[in-house]
Write a protein that binds this ligand. Structure first.
Ligand code: FAD
Length: 414
């Protein structure tokens, strides 16, 4: 079904983060002249999420100059986006095409975009709701964690994914004693190759972070001055603060009331249309199967939030959207920058390659001889050329990558 918006149409976007802001921007870029209303339950101007676990935590007071704002206040006016802060949409009625807000107000739409993202998974154990147990998703979380870090001496991070590890690096920078506890047998098990996991494990240990893999917290005793984490078999770890980085759950409250198909995310087609006409879903909340995905999956990254917005906006304007791009992601821990492209298959053959500069390194994942992902550490060239090869399908073999004489620049040619 082709949609083509007219200048009398009203597009309502729920969620003003990486997905929602990109959606408004892309609609204007694609020539939409009608009304755009964007609403978010957060009361502050939208801030970028990636710095929350990086610079925001590592340097107290960072971002106070507005440098983490996604857009300056004038942007909303210049782009004629009516932005309603502190507006919590509680139900969506697809027949009446109306949202109801928690304050009883209602907003009507011609097209509705759900960019509601995800919320941190709560710790499912006794003591998990203590105020000294923190999560990190929105600026208020970072503010409260950063403030707590000023008087804390020790922190335990439950979950060794990217966010947990970035928090660990930031906390070490501020002098806290840090332990990361990960249930899986290795760090970053869900997202990185075993070789990249081993690299980050060693990096954190070299900075004095304690790492426990294959270990789970069974309960947290909150009765004393310090939190006591019970790891079973009589093992207790004490900490002033705990950060839970055990993943997120998609925010599906509106999806449920609107009747769109959903499960672990809102099911969308390649253009980010949901099963209900006039309702779209983008960013972390969308469960898509287009492009490079492995079946139906949610992709949690700034790149996916922006790309899905661009594709949905073009489709809404009745244009042929561009093809899905190779998914990419970055992370910063201590002085290391990781850039990755593609998805690492579980059964990947991983080839390590040293870069030209001191400490530059990349891991190339192959499946049945075909390149599937590149993870580059301090090696922008390997990342860029690997991503190009993933996009063009330029043939490259594990043997070539393993050969230090092989010129990566040849991946640019067809
Ligand atoms: C600490 C941290 C570090 C990260 N670092 C990186 C990184 O280095 N690189 C990278 O690629 N990605 C990173 N990410 C992931 C990236 O930030 C997310 O993928 C991205 O924010 C997803 O954007 P989104 O717009 O889909 O959802 P979200 O950012 O989750 O935003 C959803 C918004 O919708 C609002 N909302 C939800 N429901 C309602 C409702 N019913 N009514 C009103 N408002 C509602 C919420 O308040 C929220 O503001 C990081 C995330 C975090 C939390």
């Amino acid at each position: 079904m082709t949609v083509s918006l007219s200048s009398t149409d009203h597009v309502v976007i729920v969620g003003a983060s990486h997905g929602g802001i990109s959606m408004a921007e892309q609609l204007r870029k694609h020539g939409f002249d009608g009304m755009i209303t964007m609403l978010d339950r957060e009361t502050s101007l939208p801030m970028e999420r990636p710095p929350l676990s990086k610079a925001w935590l590592a340097e107290q007071g960072a971002g106070g100059d507005g440098s983490f704002l996604m857009r300056q206040a004038e942007w909303y006016k210049e782009n004629r986006v009516e932005f309603r802060r502190g507006a919590d949409a509680v139900t969506a009625d697809p027949k009446a095409r109306t949202l109801t807000l928690s304050d009883g107000d209602s907003v009507s739409w011609d097209q509705l975009v759900l960019a509601t993202g995800a919320t941190p998974r709560a710790l499912p154990m006794a003591g998990g709701d203590d105020p000294r147990v923190h999560v990190l998703r929105v600026p208020a979380d970072a503010e409260s964690l950063s403030a707590a870090m000023t008087s804390a001496r020790s922190m335990v991070i439950i979950g060794g994914g990217y966010i947990g590890l970035e928090v660990a690096a930031s906390a070490r920078k501020r002098g806290l004693e840090v332990t990361v506890i990960e249930m899986a047998p290795r760090l970053l098990a869900r997202v990185a190759s075993p070789e990249a996991s081993a690299y980050f494990h060693a990096l954190h240990e070299s900075h004095g972070t304690g790492i426990r893999v294959g270990a789970g917290v069974q309960a947290i005793d909150t009765s004393g001055d310090a939190l006591c984490l019970d790891l079973g078999e009589g093992e207790i770890i004490r900490a002033d603060l705990v950060v839970a980085g055990i993943g997120v759950v998609p925010d599906l409250a509106l999806a449920a009331s609107s009747g769109v198909d959903h499960g672990n995310g809102i099911t969308v087609d390649d253009s980010y249309r949901t099963s209900v006409e006039g309702i779209w879903a983008i960013g972390d909340v969308a469960r898509c199967s287009g492009g490079y995905t492995r079946g139906q999956m949610r992709i949690e990254s700034v790149h996916h939030a922006q790309m899905s917005a661009e594709i949905a906006a073009a489709s809404m304007m009745g244009e042929d959207p561009k093809a899905h791009e190779v998914p990419w992601f970055w992370s910063e821990q201590y002085d290391k920058k990781l850039q990755s492209a593609g998805f690492v298959p579980a059964d990947a053959e991983v080839v390590e390659r040293k870069g030209r500069r001191e400490g530059a390194l990349s891991f190339w994942s192959f499946q049945d001889g075909a390149l599937k992902a590149v993870e580059a550490i301090g090696d922008g060239q390997a990342y860029m050329l690997g991503k190009t090869a993933l996009t063009t399908g330029h043939p490259v073999t594990p043997g070539q990558i393993a050969d230090p004489e092989f010129d990566l620049k040849s991946l640019m040619t067809r």
